[in-house]
Design a protein around this ligand. Structure first.
Ligand code: GLN
Length: 232
């Protein structure tokens, strides 16, 4: 079995999120699933993949990524329609939404795979996050947020979960991240998947359509349990 992952614009959006790709790869390989990772940078054609990963970055780099990805908006919308899995983190999450209004700047059009929009604010949310989600068991996800954009969900796009610790999407409604079909976004940046092995497996299972066998992953669960409900 082979799982293909497109890593979109890693030269622009690379906010310490590489461990997420490595985690996807390792957890597949430990189950004898081969993984092919294709880095797609500006000018490269985006072709059909099982999974699309897009990371966070600074506003300046986001401008180029938002502009470039417009060329593939229709293609990626079709990919979503056939069930491909998307994971966007921070700036990548904002790009999966309808638009990102930069502070004192232009309004960047996203690709609208999530019915969400983001407005830059003059504050910054940083710190530990624990959310409760209904998608998996155990139902907590942990991470670290670092964003100035405030994101609001609409339509039938649901939050990834509700923040029990941390600010989440906007600091007002307790929602964190977003999900619509197999498209996921979150503000939990850095090593999000390494600290959430059950969510990593959930994404892989969405692609392969079957439950993965358990593996020895005490170290990953220790990292998860160390952060859960931790305020600072
Ligand atoms: N520039 C965006 C924000 O601050 C995204 C930040 C990030 O990717 N960590 O909201």
């Amino acid at each position: 079995m082979m799982l293909t992952i497109a890593h979109l614009y890693p030269k622009l959006l690379n906010c310490c999120d590489n461990g997420n790709i490595i985690t996807l790869q390792r957890r597949c390989e430990w189950r004898n699933i081969d993984v092919q990772i294709d880095e797609i940078n500006i000018g490269d054609k985006i072709e059909k993949h099982d999974m699309y990963f897009i990371s966070g970055g600074q506003d300046l780099q986001q401008i180029d990524a938002f502009n470039e990805i417009q060329r593939y908006k229709d293609f990626l919308t079709k990919e979503k329609g056939r069930g491909a899995v998307f994971l966007g983190i921070c700036g990548g999450y904002q790009l999966l939404g309808n638009y990102y209004q930069i502070f004192d700047g232009e309004k960047l059009e996203g690709i609208g795979l999530l019915d969400a929009y983001t407005i830059a604010s003059n504050k910054r949310f940083t710190g530990n996050v624990t959310i409760k989600t209904e998608y998996i068991t155990p139902n907590e996800l942990v991470g670290f947020e670092n964003h100035g954009g405030l994101t609001y969900l609409s339509g039938d796009t649901m939050p990834l979960g509700y923040a029990v610790v941390g600010n989440g999407n906007n600091g007002e409604d307790k929602t964190e991240g977003a999900r619509h079909k197999n498209v996921f976004g979150t503000y939990m940046q850095g090593p999000f998947l390494p600290k959430n092995p059950h969510f990593t497996d959930y994404l892989i299972e969405l692609v392969i359509g079957e439950k993965l066998p358990p593996i020895q992953d005490d170290t990953e669960w220790n990292a998860h349990n160390d952060l859960i409900y931790k305020q600072y």
